[in-house]
Design a protein around this ligand. Sequence first.
Ligand SMILES: *[C@@H]1O[C@H](CO)[C@@H](O)[C@H](O)[C@H]1NC(C)=O
Ligand SMILES: *[C@@H]1O[C@H](CO)[C@@H](O)[C@H](O)[C@H]1NC(C)=O
Ligand SMILES: *[C@@H]1O[C@H](CO)[C@@H](O)[C@H](O)[C@H]1NC(C)=O
Ligand SMILES: *[C@@H]1O[C@H](CO)[C@@H](O)[C@H](O)[C@H]1NC(C)=O
Length: 249
Amino acid sequence: MGAFIFLFLFCVFSFQSSATKVTYANFHVTQCGDAGPEIQYPYQIKGQQQQYDALPGFELLCKDNLTTIHFPSYGDLVVKSISYDTKNIHLLDPEHCAYHVFLKLDLSLTPFHYFYVLKNYTYMNCSTSLPPPFVEVPCLSASSYHVYTVDPALPVPGSCKKVKTVAIPFAYSPFLSDKSLGLRFTWDLREPEDNDAGNRTRGSHKSPNIVIGSSICVFVMAMLLLISIKVGWATRNNLHQKEGQLLQS
Ligand SMILES: *[C@@H]1O[C@H](CO)[C@@H](O)[C@H](O)[C@H]1NC(C)=O
Ligand SMILES: *[C@@H]1O[C@H](CO)[C@@H](O)[C@H](O)[C@H]1NC(C)=O
Ligand SMILES: *[C@@H]1O[C@H](CO)[C@@H](O)[C@H](O)[C@H]1NC(C)=O
Ligand SMILES: *[C@@H]1O[C@H](CO)[C@@H](O)[C@H](O)[C@H]1NC(C)=O
């Protein structure tokens, strides 16, 4: 009986400790193309067979071996890398214009926020180009108009229109290359288990390992229980026999 209790406690503890780790680590890792980032929980590729329900905002698309993520406020961005330890996703704009992304992207209804400290800047659209120290954002400007990101406290020159004030990581600088300037976001994972207490089935997050492990545990416990009952009977029968022998003699 002691062994039975020990095994039971062992099973309970081992599954409690493994459940949290397994959720993140043991899901099968997928990839889009040969060079794409590894995709695992909480992300998943849309349209692939899944082991768990899609989490809103974490669905990725696989297009021509490129991993992309869709933001309704902007469009598709390319996923360059994902760090699961630091919850950090590095994106690139396929149009190579991060300042356009900063202007348009609305992260408020997504699980993401900028990895950088943000500061408010005003986008100005000017019909004439402004003298230094103003530096126009090349990818947003053309020969007939010039777009700048400036301190919101500055007065807007007469030839310019204020487009929008947005919280962005940095004002435009020619030292930042538009082409490779990355967009780094972190994500908040609202665990369905923690949030709406059992609204979603916990089972949907369990990996096959846990299922197999717990089945083995249950099986072994059932066998032990059977054996202990049989042994109990056997010893009782023995006692009865011995009593009978004693009475007969
Ligand atoms: C994607 O990658 C695979 C394997 O490297 C290659 O065979 C295939 O042609 C690629 N597809 C495209 C659209 O680049
Ligand atoms: C930007 O300005 C808005 C409105 O004035 C303010 O609510 C917000 O906190 C500011 N953001 C930053 C990062 O300073
Ligand atoms: C700036 O103005 C031009 C012409 O008025 C317009 O075509 C362009 O889209 C504007 N750019 C931004 C970022 O508002
Ligand atoms: C889970 O919660 C949502 C929103 O609170 C609700 O609409 C849904 O019916 C719930 N599902 C279950 C199975 O309780």
